[in-house]
Design a protein around this ligand. Structure first.
Ligand code: AMP
Length: 113
């Protein structure tokens, strides 16, 4: 099994509540949600964070925003709105070093996150 937990989830080696998947991306529920709906979107290809996005295939880079928006739409978040965020490094408190996008909604979110 991969050392990276999100690579393991993408490979199906670690259980996760997957809500949407393509050949290149996986969306699943955050294990410790910080909003009523809290999803994570990851590229199957491993890069540590947004700072490594130039290491993704061009097709990944093209699909990424479209996949994120489609994930939010399928989760029923589009009308009321949602937040998309990613953390890089210590000051952002990044805890998992595989690029992931937090997709959060389902309530009026804090102004300060
Ligand atoms: P970050 O601080 O941006 O690195 O956030 C990592 C996120 O991954 C946190 O919100 C965690 O709750 C979430 N997380 C960690 N392990 C898992 C897991 N096995 N399945 C789902 N979400 C996870």
């Amino acid at each position: 099994m991969s050392q990276c937990i999100f690579c393991a989830i993408a490979a199906g080696d670690l259980p996760a509540e997957v809500v949407h998947r393509s050949e290149r991306f996986v969306a699943f529920r955050d294990i410790a949600p910080k909003a009523p709906v809290h999803l994570l979107v990851i590229p199957v290809q491993h890069v540590a964070s947004i700072a490594g996005a130039d290491g993704l295939d061009a097709a990944d880079r093209a699909e990424m925003p479209v996949f994120i928006a489609e994930t939010a739409r399928r989760a029923g978040l589009e009308d009321a709105g949602y937040r998309v965020a990613t953390n890089h490094g210590e000051h952002a408190r990044q805890a998992v070093f595989h690029l992931h996008w937090h997709v959060m909604g389902g309530a009026l979110l804090s102004e300060t996150m």
